[in-house]
Ligand binder design. Structure first.
Ligand code: ZN
Length: 254
């Protein structure tokens, strides 16, 4: 495999070093041969309907080989790879299997996650949000860096709340921070089979989604066997955060 590196500032250790091309999500979680376009955000917002349903093709060239960025240095990349990536991959494969082996009209699934190390999973999700945003993000929210860098750390301020859903329909969402009038500051990352929302400084629970903030207590609770999770499955056709309207709903409206 061709090694792709360049020199820059690492988003995790904040040192200037040789950076690896980081697959977001991990390569092993269905992101090996992803083909995609990079679209300028404002353009995509303005023409969401044309791009989604009317076959408007981006002028940018088609990229391939998996979605990602030069976010982390070789050391940090190796650290994430050895600590968290396998857990994410395993969970992604379970979820994908459940979605694909059931009727596509089913809107929610309950399944067993006893074998998943949920603390590691949450740290991998946090790493995804760090990789997806620019440096101002972790200047504002530095606890997220500590949470990822220290694999044992279970403490994370209450102001960070994580949510999750299943997805296999629509477009990816890239995890960058949005300031919304309904939910305050949120980051949303969607790449089938998962969608994740990180809610910042919002004391209210986001009702449509399954909250997974308590995954950080996994090490305290892991004796509890047979942990089950219920996740809704949502389509993500438009690039707007927490817009889960179906194709039918969107095509019906103008
Ligand atoms: Zn680094």
């Amino acid at each position: 495999m061709r090694k792709r590196t360049k020199v820059g500032k690492c988003k995790l250790c904040l040192e200037t070093k040789e950076l690896n091309f980081e697959h977001i999500p991990p390569r092993s979680a269905f992101n090996k041969e992803t083909k995609y376009y990079i679209l300028e955000q404002t353009e995509y917002y303005k023409k969401a309907k044309e791009y989604t349903f009317e076959n408007l093709k981006p002028k940018t060239r088609k990229e391939q080989g998996g979605i990602g960025e030069y976010s982390f240095c070789i050391d940090c990349n190796g650290y994430l790879g050895s600590k968290y990536v396998r857990t994410y991959k395993d969970f992604a494969h379970i979820a994908m299997n459940i979605i694909q082996s059931n009727d596509k009209n089913i809107k929610a699934f309950q399944f067993d996650i006893s074998d998943i190390n949920l603390l590691k999973f949450l740290k991998q999700i946090t790493a995804i949000f760090i990789a997806s945003n620019n440096f101002v993000f972790t200047e504002c929210y530095p606890e997220l860096l500590e949470f990822v860098k220290n694999e044992k750390l279970m403490e994370l301020s209450e102001k960070y709340r994580f949510y999750m859903y299943l997805n296999n329909e629509g477009q990816n969402r890239n995890g960058t921070i949005h300031y919304t009038n309904l939910h305050g500051a949120i980051c949303e990352f969607t790449f089938s089979p998962f969608g994740f929302v990180l809610s910042l400084d919002n004391p209210n629970q986001l009702m449509k989604l399954t909250e997974i903030t308590s995954f950080k207590d996994y090490d305290k609770n892991k004796e509890m066997k047979n942990s089950m999770i219920i996740l809704n499955k949502y389509p993500t056709y438009y690039p707007f955060p927490m817009d889960y309207r179906s194709e039918k709903e969107l095509k019906g409206s103008t």
